[in-house]
Design a protein around this ligand. Structure first.
Ligand code: MLT
Length: 246
């Protein structure tokens, strides 16, 4: 299994992902929020790459049970009932709902990777489940860090390194791209204090200055959810729900 890591999806075209097994990571905060929403019983999350498209697919689509969520520059978008804080996506709010989500980097990364044969959503919160899934599939893997406006993000690369570390616990049949090796080294440096790492990161500082310090705490928790969110035909669902509900 060769593990590639992209520090941002912007360097590749959509078709780069055709036929690949891909994992998208946006620890602060899109993939943490998606994992939270799915774990709390949301029927599905529909990631979109423009605000206009978010408005179009909400409203009466999906049986009138949609909720619109997202952020621009870390702040809630005017007219959207939900922002991008995982704490807003409680069971009470999201159960059985279809959530249309727009975020600056995370949902765009997922949409960019839409042609992947297998496309998974990963955060620290569900990392063990994703690692096991990848080991079972035994394909080459693309880890896509959402990054920030095409640039490197510390927290996403550390999470990519954590995923690599978990995969290594199940198989030694792995080869690494240079970016994967760097991610593994970064994880090794920060693994004892992920919360401090998030607080040191540029985006973590921006979130704290906007009053979202608690989101960093949620995002730093490892393996609190045992779910594999899968993107297929425009929607993200839990793998178990796809099996049982079709
Ligand atoms: C993003 O997609 O850029 C992030 O999730 C931003 C955030 O809400 O913190």
């Amino acid at each position: 299994m060769k593990i590639h890591t992209l520090i941002s999806p912007v360097s590749v075209e959509d078709l780069y992902f055709a036929g690949k097994t891909t994992v998208v990571v946006d620890v602060l905060r899109a993939t943490t929020t998606i994992v939270t929403a799915i774990a709390n019983g949301a029927k599905e999350v529909i990631p979109v790459n423009t605000i206009g498209f978010a408005m179009k697919v909400s409203g009466n689509a999906f049986g009138g049970k949609t909720l619109l969520g997202g952020e621009r520059n870390a702040k809630k978008i005017e007219g959207f009932p939900l922002g991008n804080s995982p704490l807003e996506y409680s069971e009470e709010i999201v159960k059985d709902k279809s959530i249309v989500l727009f975020t600056t980097n995370g949902t765009k990364a997922i949409v960019r990777a839409k042609y992947s044969e297998n496309l998974f959503v990963c955060s620290f919160n569900n990392i063990e489940s994703i690692a096991r899934e990848l080991v079972e599939l035994n394909n080459d893997v693309e880890i896509v860090c959402a990054g920030s406006h095409g640039m490197f993000s510390l927290e996403d690369s550390v999470c990519a390194g954590c995923l690599i570390d978990r995969i290594e616990q199940y198989t030694d049949n792995i080869s690494y791209s240079d970016a994967s090796k760097c991610s593994a080294m970064l994880y090794d440096k920060y693994k004892e204090n992920l919360l401090e790492m998030l607080k040191e990161s540029e985006h973590g500082k921006l979130l704290m200055s906007n009053g979202f310090e608690k989101d960093l705490d949620v995002a730093s928790r490892v393996d609190i959810h045992h779910i594999v969110p899968v993107y297929n035909s425009g929607v993200i669902k839990s793998k178990d729900k796809i099996k049982t509900n079709g």
